[in-house]
Structure formats: C-alpha cells, structure tokens
Design a protein. Structure first.
Length: 133
C-alpha cells in the first residue's frame, strides 16, 4: 500500500531530477554562447521521462544472472543528449541561439517550480490523511 502512495512521488521525483539536469544543460549552452565551434545540446524531456519511468520500450541487454550488470538502462542523471538544430548560422560555427536558450531556460525553471509545488501539495495531502485532519 505504501508503494501506491509513493508511486506518484517517485514519478515527480524523477521529473524533478530530469528538470534539474536539463537546467544544467541549458545553462551550459548559454554560458558557451560566445565559444567558437560550440554546438548546443538538449534532450527531449518527455522521452527521457518515459524511459526513466518505464513508459517507453527501452532496449536493454538481457540479464540472465543476478550478478550481471544492466546495460543501457535509462538514467535520470544521463538522458540521451542530442545536438540542437541550428536556427541562426554563424561565422564561428557556434550553434547557440541565445534567445531560444534563454526562453527554454525560463520555461524549464517554471516547470521545475511547478513540479516542486505539486510534490509539496502531495506530501501535505498525505500528511493530513495520516494525521486524520
């Protein structure tokens, strides 16, 4: 029964970790906006969340013995990064569109904050149910 109560928290915890990682990636892109040859990186948040939460078919190596290590397992800390599409060509080969990266950064920040608020609300609901209020 406890698993049912905490399953939603686990999902939102994974979402929070992915949002945090994406924030780092976007901050890195913004910091390297003037670096010649730098190629902006990002990842598809929805696909990463599906693979971490088990919602997508993820190809992994078969584990036939208990001591085998899992390969290609989805990770909250290491979603598959891809190169972003260059929208404005530049002379130095830098693919960072600063306006787009800033917009993505702010959007991700707002979604991070809303996930935190949702987790707080869920915890308060669980505590009030436990205490009988």
């Amino acid at each position: 029964m406890l698993e049912q109560m905490t399953a939603r928290l686990d999902f939102h915890g994974d979402a929070l970790m992915l949002r945090s990682h994406r924030q780092q990636v976007l901050a890195s892109n913004i910091a390297n906006a003037d670096t010649p040859g730098y190629v902006a990186r990002d990842f598809d948040f929805a696909d990463a969340l599906k693979s971490v939460s088990g919602g997508a078919d993820v190809k992994t190596a078969a584990v036939t013995h208990a001591s085998h290590m899992r390969l290609n397992a989805p990770s909250v800390q290491n979603p598959e990064l891809a190169y972003t599409v260059q929208t404005q060509p530049s002379q130095d080969g830098n693919s960072v569109d600063l306006d787009q990266q800033r917009a993505n950064f702010v959007d991700n920040s707002i979604r991070y904050e809303s996930t935190l608020r949702f987790i707080n609300g869920h915890v308060k609901t669980m505590l009030s149910a436990i205490t009988g209020q």
